[in-house]
Design a protein around this ligand. Sequence first.
Ligand code: LLP
Length: 421
Amino acid sequence: MDYFEYKNGVLYCEDLKVSAIAEKVGTPFYLYSHNTLKRHYRVLDEAFEEIPHLVCFSVKANSNVAILRALANEGAGADVVSGGELFRALRAGIDPSKIVFAGLGKTASEIEYALREKILMINVESSEELMLINELASKMDVVAPIAIRVNPDIDPQTHPRIATGLKESKFGIPLSQAMAEYEVASKLPGVNPIGIHQHIGSQILKPGPFEESLRKIVNLANSLKVLGVDIRYINIGGGFGIQYTEEEALGPDRFAEAIIPVVKECNCTIILEIGRMICGNSGILVTRVLYNKSSGNKKFVVVDAGMNDLLRPSLYGAEHRIEPVIIRRGVPDLEVDVVGPICESGDFLARNRKLPRVERGDLLAVFTAGAYGFTMASNYNSRPRPAEVFVSGNKAYLIRKRETYEDLVRGEAVPRDLEST
Ligand code: LLP
């Protein structure tokens, strides 16, 4: 459920007309609904209330500090994967004791940063990383709380590009080596193994793969406890799927129902690193129609947002619902490709999509763009990245200015030798 609603054919975000915001900030822009964000966070949090748990919002899904702050106000922690994400989470006021740090290529300085900030734990992805964390923590005279990311070799039945828990994936340590790795870790003076981490993939629509992998993880936790390794946290990763177009999304209750009985068996605090389910449907991308054109039988609607603004359709063939912001009555549906201005054939927001006939200047809303939307935006074709707007009730806030041409060249320098010629 979200708070983007049509009233008499006019799209509202909470109490405000989307078209009125577009007139103020220009297009394209991302638009987020505070009440949708809060609702999704709360429903997820409540679904797991029966067991000790911590929701660490996955910052990669949406890293705007205003979004992070709104979630911090709800009590959320953060799952970060870089020094930059850690910086954002701290800047937003997220409690360091609720931050977990994942990612298989952490640098020494990122690890030191995390240790200085005393975050909850670092999720370790390889034996060499474990050794480096031990070395750096020992130098700093601290003990690093860690979890080892275990690869349970599970098929999450999702898009291959976002499946991460199969044995051929680059992530984690194979389950068969996990015991040995924990034994090593438990003897190192600079690390304290307190958790087990898994993340099997993203946009997973059924709880089955979680049940299957968590059974393996819980067995591992119990065997480790017998060996005297004090495992207190199981981080089940993220990946709960949501509805984009036709797919049936289960909602957090159904995931909780399946997961709780499995994880209950080991008396641990559960960490949920959810991104998409919290913020996906809390955001839309608003774009303006520039031109209609056709080529043979093919009809194109050219809009002012491209793959640099929303990469998911081009990268994964992802389908996002697209609707006019103001619905015209009595207009026929046409089958069109909604394409952006980027010089690539792969630049599209939708292909072969039925859309009411639109005209130059019309606004379109691309739904479910709150996760992996702005965070994957780029400046390709030297396009300034879009603005971001946050609506709470009847108030709208600009939470990120549209980039300017000056922003595009900031930090660039022409070597003096070139200037003199
Ligand atoms: N934890 C880890 C270790 C992850 O790698 C991810 C996502 C998450 C948590 C959060 O997963 P979520 O709950 O959002 O599914 N760009 C792709 C998604 C890539 C996901 C990468 N890792 C997309 O646009 O669909």
